[in-house]
Design a protein around this ligand. Structure first.
Ligand SMILES: Cc1ncc(COP(=O)(O)O)c(C=O)c1O
Length: 346
């Protein structure tokens, strides 16, 4: 039985073209800057995002971490969305390893932080306060439902950060989903930010890796931090080769994931025991309320039909990606209708 894995777009497997590229990649020692494939990927990423340079890192978490370490000093403070991945799900690395404190501010249902709140959260230059040195935003915003920030949203925040002389970082783990949704070049979405990280290993289907993009100076600093964190890898072109193919072939197809997510959401609207607002669904993350008897048994039944669900509780998240087809969505909806009608609390 084929498994339909909705737990995350991190479940994606590399495409046949990626596997071929990985097997035949030209390699060298990347710590010495001699891996031609890693160098090519970094050049491509920098160009696509309109930044001077880029760095291949092991994960989105490492990209965000080295972005902060490169632009803040120990004792500084970073302003961050209250529900953001950096704040909630990156093991507190920025504070533990960087000595940088977090100042969480409220994120609205679009995934946006009010620039006025940022303005108010920035400390004045006073020895009683930790110096504020960075604001980090998330696009797409995962917990808000894969919501998208526009170039104007980012510009409004950048107006504040620039006027106060602090950095703006975008956690763009799924920035290409945002670009595809808005039908806007990704460059436009990040042009007001100092740094942006994005994941190759989510919707772009690479087996591993993320990129951090920014000025040549910041990326040089980030390269040093990456080494210190143990993230300097040698013939890493084996992985970077998949990234090159991803940037060439996997971005446009994200629209398919978005339309599958929409189809799924529209179908789930009529399933008993599920509450969902399909209109609030721009990209590939489908969140919905679940009100059923014996939720563990519901999950077991779905698994017996080949459907893997990550979250439990009153709200579930299903993620569409390269490994899930339109037919898989039809099958999932059939199974959901059957299982949920047995368990829905009416
Ligand atoms: C918005 C966001 N940022 C960063 C990350 C971290 O990526 P990684 O798992 O590669 O460390 C994730 C992972 O799910 C994410 O959703």
């Amino acid at each position: 039985m084929d498994v339909i894995d909705f737990r995350s777009d991190t479940a994606t497997l590399p495409s046949p073209e990626m596997r071929e590229a990985m097997a035949t990649a030209e390699l060298g020692d990347d710590v010495s800057g001699e891996d031609p494939t890693a160098n090519l990927l970094e050049k491509m990423a920098a160009e696509m995002l309109g930044k001077e340079d880029a760095l291949f890192v092991s994960s989105g978490t490492m990209g965000n971490l080295v972005a902060a370490l490169s632009q803040c000093r120990s004792g500084d403070e970073i302003i961050i969305g209250h529900n953001s991945h950096i704040y909630v799900a990156e093991a507190g690395g920025i504070s533990t390893l960087g000595g940088i404190s977090y100042k969480p501010v409220r994120v609205d249902e679009r995934g946006m932080i009010d620039p006025l709140e940022i303005e108010e959260a920035i400390h004045p230059d006073d020895m009683h306060y930790a110096p504020t040195s960075m604001v980090a935003i998330e696009n797409t915003n995962n917990p808000s439902g894969g919501t998208v920030l526009t170039p104007e949203d980012t510009e409004a925040i950048a107006n504040v950060t620039q006027s106060r002389g602090i950095s703006l970082h975008i956690d763009g783990a799924r920035i290409f989903n945002a670009a595809v949704y808005l039908e806007t070049p990704v460059k436009e979405l990040v042009k007001h930010a100092d740094t942006v990280s994005f994941c190759l290993s989510k919707g772009l289907a690479c087996p591993a890796g993320s990129m951090l993009c920014g000025s040549a100076e910041t990326i040089e600093e980030a390269r040093r931090w990456r080494k210190m964190l143990g993230g300097g890898m040698r013939q890493v072109g084996v992985l970077a080769a998949a990234g090159v193919v991803a940037l060439e072939t996997m971005i446009g197809r994200l629209a398919e994931d978005h339309s599958n997510a929409r189809k799924l959401a529209l179908g789930l609207k009529d399933v008993p025991g599920i509450s969902i607002e399909p209109d609030r669904l721009p990209t590939n993350l489908v969140f919905f309320g679940v009100d059923v008897r014996d939720q563990d048994e519901v999950v077991r039944k779905l698994e017996r039909c080949g459907i893997k669900i990550g979250d439990r509780g009153p709200v579930w998240r299903l993620v569409t990606h390269y490994g899930i087809s339109g037919d898989d969505i039809d099958h999932t909806l059939d199974v959901f209708r059957e299982v949920f009608s047995e368990h829905a609390i009416r």
